[in-house]
Design a protein around this ligand. Structure first.
Ligand code: SAH
Length: 208
């Protein structure tokens, strides 16, 4: 069933076998609203309510691959959305904290992720990171903002990687930043992408 998504990820250039295995193992349909489930194996973004979309699976896989995760890593995900990417991350890392600003999406994702013991879902403004569990070995952001929120760089552990889209929703730059001690190296431009807006204190204003 998910074989077509694995093919799409390979076609998009994903080579990491652990990432491809995670895409094979996670049932995307269980993270979608009922009316969208028949579309689950299409490598396309799909609506999930609250005006939000779950990203194209091959894009998610490229972002996860760019994080270079090991099973010792702690991860912060900003923008839980459907919880699909959270499930992929939970298979590749030691622990995942995932934050979304929409309580209803967190509620639905909590149900879909039930039983995953290394995942913690929270409601809040992820442009401020999530200091309670910092620092993180990897941070991934699923929505695009006007700039890199400083708190996310602050909350990176030594050697930590941040993968984040920056710029207008219609054409943002997916960037990677890496912390080496007190130094931050970046941005490395990975690709141009479309994303929903990151809305919050260090993101776009609600009515931008
Ligand atoms: N990877 C997710 C992407 C969901 S879309 C998926 O595939 O399902 C991006 C999400 O970012 C939306 O759910 C939106 O509510 C959330 N978001 C936007 N601004 C945010 C902020 N400041 N803090 C936390 N979540 C935010």
């Amino acid at each position: 069933m998910t074989a077509s998504l694995v093919h799409a990820c390979r076609d998009a250039g994903v080579r990491d076998g652990r990432v491809l295995d995670a895409v094979r193992e996670v049932d995307r349909a269980s993270f979608l609203p009922r009316g969208q489930r028949r579309q689950a194996t299409r490598d396309a973004p799909l609506p999930i309510g609250e005006g939000q979309t779950t990203s194209q699976p091959s894009l998610i896989a490229r972002m996860v691959e760019a994080l270079g995760l090991t099973d010792r890593d702690s991860v912060l995900e900003v923008g839980t959305g459907s919880g699909y990417q959270t499930a992929i991350l939970s298979r590749l890392a030691r622990s995942v904290v995932s934050v979304d600003r929409h309580p209803s999406l967190v509620h639905t994702a909590t149900a879909a992720l039930e039983g995953l013991r290394n995942v913690r879902l929270v409601v809040g403004d992820g442009t401020l990171g999530w200091p309670d569990h910092a620092p993180y070995d990897a941070i991934t952001v699923g929505a695009t903002g006007p700039r890199v929120p400083p708190a996310l760089l602050d909350q990176l552990a030594d050697g930590g990687r941040l993968v984040i889209p920056v710029g207008p929703p219609s054409r943002s730059s997916l960037q990677r930043w890496v912390r080496h001690g007190a130094d931050i190296v970046g941005p490395e431009h990975l690709m141009s992408v479309r994303f929903v807006p990151l809305i919050g204190r260090e993101g776009f204003a609600e009515d931008d």
